[in-house]
Design a binder for this molecule. Structure first.
Ligand SMILES: [Zn+2]
Length: 405
């Protein structure tokens, strides 16, 4: 028994060392074996054997030579970007995107559908077709792909990959998306709530690469968030943490699709703003927006943004109000979690800079001053594809293990 325990420990220790070496090289670029030894405190033979394993696996490669320290110039080791590939899939109320990425998170190819089919079977078929399309276009074979991550609307169970009853996917109930995709693609699939995927993506590939604690707030047709504490997703007892869109911000506010009243999402989301715009136009407010704006969920946000950019007063007032509500959300997040970084993403945040400006300004003013001083609030650096990149980072995290910071 003792020797078995000893062996099991040996395997775990080897994996931890391997992950430590791999993450160091991922974060620092090219390093010599001596650099790795110095920076990790591991023995030279452990460093050598870990690097040999990782080169065998195709994750690292020998790449150029470093400066001489008097003797022979040392061989440098770096990440092998094309040693493996990962897929990221964004499944949303209106849209569907599939992208192929290398190990550094660079996107090789992507397909986007502005509309998605209604049934789970048809969606799985469309995702599979998208996967084969991006592989074909990049000349990558399925065998070179480590797996696919999917960012989907909650509530869902990340372990089983079952979508429960997502309000954004009407008619879907207990859909085993992970199993369906694994059968269709013969590939490991990881499914995660969109807000969580966004937070992880920003930590791996975006503005949060040096942050230990960050909260990502999505401001789009709906409002959601993902919380990363000490480098780990905070999922909560039922994998439901981060439902910031359903925190009450107006005691007597309008009904929300969650069954509550005056939720942040019912007051400040793209859908809520479209409703407010329609009501204002019906009241006779002068605007280029029409009272029919509310009828189409997917085009409401772009219509508002276009109107605001063209100088429409009503659209700009509504987006200003959205920024103020997001500011309150930021203040609450700062007081609750005291995070290092808050990232704003989604079309309303990324395409109308005043939303972020207003939100930052009010958020800082309304949070505890000492906490507000130490938090950064920034727009996502991953652009409109932040969910697809977040989905891909689910698999990157599987390959590299927990980040070592
Ligand atoms: Zn709600």
């Amino acid at each position: 028994l003792f020797s078995e325990l000893h062996m099991a420990n040996g395997v775990v220790i080897r994996q931890v060392n391997r992950s430590t070496v791999l993450n160091l090289i991922r974060q620092e670029g090219s390093l010599s074996r001596a650099d790795v030894k110095r920076k990790t405190g591991l023995t030279f033979s452990t460093v050598s054997s870990s690097i040999a394993d990782l080169i065998d696996d195709g994750l690292l490669r020998e790449w150029g030579q470093g400066a001489s320290n008097g003797g022979r110039r040392p061989t440098l080791v770096s990440l092998n970007p094309t040693g493996r590939y990962v897929l990221g899939c964004e499944l949303q109320a209106a849209s569907l995107r599939v992208g192929l990425f290398d190990l550094t998170g660079s996107m090789l190819a992507c397909v986007e559908h502005e509309e998605r089919p209604a049934t789970p079977d048809a969606v799985v078929q469309q995702i599979a077709a998208g996967v084969f399309h991006v592989l074909d276009r990049s000349g990558v074979s399925l065998e070179q792909v480590e797996g696919m991550g999917v960012a989907a609307p909650g509530p869902l169970s990340p372990n089983s990959g079952i979508l429960r009853t997502p309000p954004n996917l009407p008619g879907w109930r207990d859909v085993p998306l992970k199993r369906m995709l694994e059968l269709a693609l013969d590939l490991p699939v990881l499914v995660e709530k969109d807000g969580n995927a966004a937070a992880l993506g920003e930590a791996w590939l975006g503005a949060g690469q040096h942050a230990r604690s960050l909260v990502f707030i999505i401001v789009d047709t709906g409002i959601g968030s993902g919380i990363l504490l000490n480098g780990q997703l905070h999922r909560g007892r039922n994998d439901g943490a981060g439902e910031i869109g359903h925190t009450t911000v107006d005691l007597d506010g309008p009904a929300c699709r969650c069954g509550g009243y005056g939720c942040l999402e019912a007051m400040a989301s793209g859908l809520a703003l479209s409703r407010k715009a329609a009501a204002a136009v019906r009241r006779g407010v002068d605007s280029c927006l029409s009272d029919g704006i509310v009828t189409d969920e997917s085009s409401g946000v772009p219509t508002l943004l276009r109107a605001a950019a063209a100088g429409d007063g009503l659209a700009n007032d509504l987006l200003d109000e959205c920024g103020r509500f997001i500011g309150i959300a930021i203040a609450n997040v700062v007081n609750m979690y005291n995070p290092e970084l808050i990232v704003l993403g989604g079309r309303l945040a990324l395409h109308h800079p005043q939303v972020v400006e207003r939100a930052c300004e009010l958020g800082r003013r309304r949070a505890f001053p000492t906490l507000a001083q130490s938090v950064s609030v920034v727009p996502s650096t991953l652009g409109d594809a932040f969910l697809m990149k977040g989905a891909a980072s689910l698999v990157l995290q599987r390959i590299f293990g927990p980040t070592q910071q």
